[in-house]
Ligand binder design. Structure first.
Ligand code: 26M
Length: 819
């Protein structure tokens, strides 16, 4: 019963202060007088960790008694963000901690700023995993997250002359009190070697071994005693590794050309939406999958004994994209080679256990591994993939399309080379579909495209396999925690007692719709936004030394830099606005600030060029007195979760402007709308569903639809035609190309200009005029404050659907069979 007090809330400020002092002195060896905010941060984190571990233990005992079905969320990324403030919030002791700190003479907000933000993910996919962990605990669902404890998270970003410069993110060098090592649960895993047959059984031998050490992070739920585990694996050299050569003094040389065990969990690969095909990445994938599968099987056996009959009833495994897809042949291997289960039985167990989430349609983002590489690193797994493929093609595809060899070639898990001399590639998405009982896309539009364009044949074979689960975000972090003033206004307006609890039942925000026209409520809502903008303007001043006015429209685009997300479209429009102002400095327009945050994959040339160009335009615009502060451009360096928490509550306009059909869902779009920003966006990803919820009048939709994109491509498209027919657009592209913005390197923006004029695959130019028109409507609306705030309030009030609690309940019901 959730209305009961839960354990942690009985902690009062005095007892908290006692624990903080105890940890300062006894865990950290620091005197009270020497302690600053950093020490207090560590001490309070240890207090919370203690609480978390205690509750983890209790959660585990409860689950063991109930013999519950568990869900295991396998993901190469968990972009959790800072943990202390969020955990205090979830445990219901934020106020008490504030008071305890105040009594010790420190400010909790300052203390929280001392936490390094763990960047164990690239972007949307990793952040989604973190929101899901929060919701799983909040909903009291038995769940584990499994991933990698990277020594280096996503690179840190700086700008030099406007260009992105990367540096390593050695986040654990600062102390990290969250994780706790569990040596008792370590795993030994194999790599390389070869497969022999002995007594009719496959034996994988002459392998190299590495050790996986689990590092457990407690995941608190909101308003519940349930605390789940995020188990992150760290690679180590196996004890006794290669001792013979060590004895013979050949230690160093014997390891050359072999993997260094410690390297495996060293670094997060920074290319989102573009796999690099590196051997070490494959090893990372297998390493954490093998550790996790062995760990969950050991847990199953501890609880259920050696009988496999109930395994599929007790275990659900969700594959977060294809990155952990090697889990399918890994579980098959264990079932067949170690547990003596026949192939067909093993495959049906896998299919009951696994399900797969697809996060992208971009062809270049679909993972394929060379068959030769898998054969070298995981020889037994390659054999098993062939067995699965053989069964799939010759039994299942054959039954559906008898005698159709063309269909077999198209659906084969192994892609044959197009040219002689090319290599066979293993299609990890096909392996995932064939090995799962459910495959989901992440927004209605995206899931439709998964069915019709990505996997149409699979959809025909298995009409119930492909489903939709629209993404969501946790309202705890993305409203309550990051925007406390708005949270309080909502409480004061619709109540916060046993009956109303929007933090756990976001649909209740709907009651706010009744106040959208209420002048008093509008005034409060607008004042909160204004406060948030003042606070954020101070952040901008500190980080970028740019002055921005809280009375300006804050127009924000924060997300990874990618051509399909079209930051370049935003840029071209800003350049045009600037030119309009130069032509007419007295133009009657509101002040506007365009704010960017984005990291580019280090090897992605055009993306880096776009960052450089935005920074150069920003420098020009921000220093031009002629336009009288009517336009400012801010590019925040090192965009990350912590910054998102400060930007989103301060945003007026949310830019969601991807080429239709390319953004699987987007989740930033949901966070902005929840915090009362108006969206300018295409009919792409979850924008479609956001528009449905808020109504067409309360969102600025523009641009080509998915069907129109397809039609245009079919007709044939030449970007030069658009360029030549739109004078404003032509002028800004010419300006980019002229070298004027970067005199010391006049060709600096060539890659961007060439991408636009030589093909424009993402249809930036086609959508330019509609985008510009949409912005004119934004300005017209801004000029009518009662209208603006009405729309903003309706946005906040209509976001109920986009809670990750709803997403998780959808998974639990339609995929995991848990609720
Ligand atoms: C793959 C191989 C090697 C190295 C890195 C990768 C890789 C890493 C991350 C590939 C893709 C990655 O992320 C893709 C991603 O973040 N997709 C986003 O997922 C969100 C959650 O579903 C959606 O909201 C976004 O629309 C989608 O772009």
């Amino acid at each position: 019963n959730k209305t009961e007090q839960y354990a942690a809330t009985t902690l009062d400020a005095d007892r908290l202060a006692q624990s903080i002092k105890r940890h300062l002195q006894q865990s950290l060896g620091v005197d009270l007088e020497e302690a600053g905010p950093a020490e207090y941060w560590e001490a309070l984190s240890l207090v919370v960790r203690e609480l978390g571990l205690d509750l983890i233990r209790k959660t585990r005992h409860k689950e063991r008694d109930e013999k519950a079905r568990r869900v295991y969320y396998l993901s190469l990324e968990f972009l959790v963000g800072r943990l202390l403030g969020n955990n205090l919030h979830n445990l219901g002791i934020y106020k008490q901690a504030e008071e305890a700190m105040a009594n010790l003479g420190v400010n909790l907000t300052d203390v929280l700023e001392h936490e390094t933000d763990p960047a164990l993910g690239n972007g949307g996919l990793g952040r989604l995993a973190a929101c899901f962990m929060d919701s799983l605990a909040t909903l009291d669902l038995p769940a584990f997250g499994y991933g990698i404890n990277y020594r280096f998270g996503l690179f840190k970003q700086d700008f030099a002359g406007g260009k992105q410069v990367e540096s390593p993110d050695g986040w654990r060098e600062e102390s990290c009190p969250w994780g706790i090592e569990r040596p008792k649960r370590k795993q030994l895993i194999k790599l390389y070697g070869r497969v022999s047959e002995r007594a009719g059984k496959a034996v994988w031998e002459d392998t190299q071994e590495i050790l996986g050490m689990p590092w457990d992070v407690p995941v608190t739920g909101y308003g519940t005693d349930t605390v789940n585990t995020l188990r992150l694996w760290e690679s180590r050299a196996a004890e006794g590794f290669d001792l013979s050569s060590f004895d013979e003094g050949r230690y160093q040389e014997s390891r050359s050309g072999e993997i260094q065990a410690e390297n495996v969990s060293q670094v997060l690969y920074p290319n989102d939406n573009h796999p690099a095909g590196k051997e070490l990445r494959l090893i990372q994938q297998y390493f954490f999958v093998a550790c996790s599968i062995a760990d969950l099987i050991a847990r199953y056996k501890r609880e259920n004994g050696d009988n496999w009959d109930d395994f599929a009833e007790k275990v659900a495994i969700q594959l977060n994209d294809t990155h952990p897809a090697i889990a399918v042949p890994e579980l098959m291997r264990i079932l067949m080679d170690e547990e003596d289960i026949v192939f067909s039985k093993a495959l049906s167990i896998c299919r009951e256990v696994f399900s797969y989430t697809n996060h992208t349609l971009l062809p270049e983002a679909l993972e394929k591994w060379p068959q030769n590489l898998i054969t070298k690193v995981l020889p037994r797994h390659m054999q098993i993939i062939h067995m699965i493929n053989y069964h799939f093609l010759h039994t299942e595809v054959e039954a559906q399309w008898p005698g159709d060899n063309n269909m077999k070639r198209r659906l084969s898990i192994i892609e044959e080379p197009e040219r002689p001399g090319g290599q066979q590639m293993v299609r990890m998405a096909y392996l995932s579909v064939v090995g799962s009982h459910k495959v989901n896309g992440v927004a209605a539009l995206h899931s439709g495209l998964v069915k019709t364009t990505l996997f149409p044949e699979f959809n025909e074979m298995w009409p119930d396999k492909l489903v939709n689960v629209t993404n969501g975000v946790t309202p705890r972090r993305w409203l309550d925690y990051c925007n406390p003033e708005l949270a309080k206004l909502i409480d004061d307006t619709i109540g916060n007692d046993g009956k109303v609890d929007w933090r756990r039942n976001l649909s209740q925000l709907d009651a706010i719709n009744a106040y959208a026209d209420d002048p008093a409520f509008q005034k409060k809502f607008a004042a909160i936004k204004h406060d948030n903008k003042i606070r954020f303007a101070a952040v901008v001043k500190e980080l970028c030394n740019i002055d921005i006015s809280p009375d300006a429209i804050f127009d924000v685009q924060i997300k990874r830099l990618h051509e399909y997300k079209r930051q370049q479209l935003n840029l071209l429009h800003i350049m045009a606005l600037y030119r309009r102002l130069l032509d007419n400095p007295d133009l009657d327009v509101p002040q506007r600030v365009f704010i960017f945050g984005a990291k580019a994959a280090p090897g992605y040339k055009v993306a880096k060029t776009i960052i450089h160009a935005i920074n150069r335009v920003a420098e020009r615009v921000n220093n031009d007195r002629r336009i009288k502060d009517k336009l400012k451009v801010v590019f925040l360096p090192n965009y990350r979760i912590t910054l998102a928490e400060k930007i989103i509550p301060a945003a007026d306009v949310s830019e969601q402007i991807s080429t239709a059909g390319f953004e699987a869902s987007g989740t930033g779009n949901m966070k902005f709308a929840l915090n009362g920003a108006l969206t300018v966006g295409t009919l792409d990803g979850a924008n479609v569903e956001i528009a449905e919820e808020v109504g067409d009048d309360n969102i600025f939709i523009y641009g080509l639809t998915v069907d129109e994109v397809a039609e245009l491509r079919h007709r044939g498209y030449n970007p030069k035609d658009v360029y030549n027919s739109n004078a404003e657009l032509k002028a800004v592209i010419d300006w980019l190309a002229s070298g004027d913005l970067c005199p010391e390197e006049p060709d600096a923006f060539r890659p961007l200009v060439d991408s636009l004029l030589g093909g424009d695959y993402f249809l930036t130019l086609v959508d330019y005029q509609a985008y510009s028109d949409a912005h004119d409507k934004i300005v017209a609306t801004w000029k009518k404050p009662e209208l603006w705030w009405k729309k903003a309030i309706i946005n906040t009030a209509s976001m109920g659907k986009f809670s990750s609690d709803r997403s998780i309940m959808d998974y639990a019901k339609t995929i995991w069979n848990m609720a």
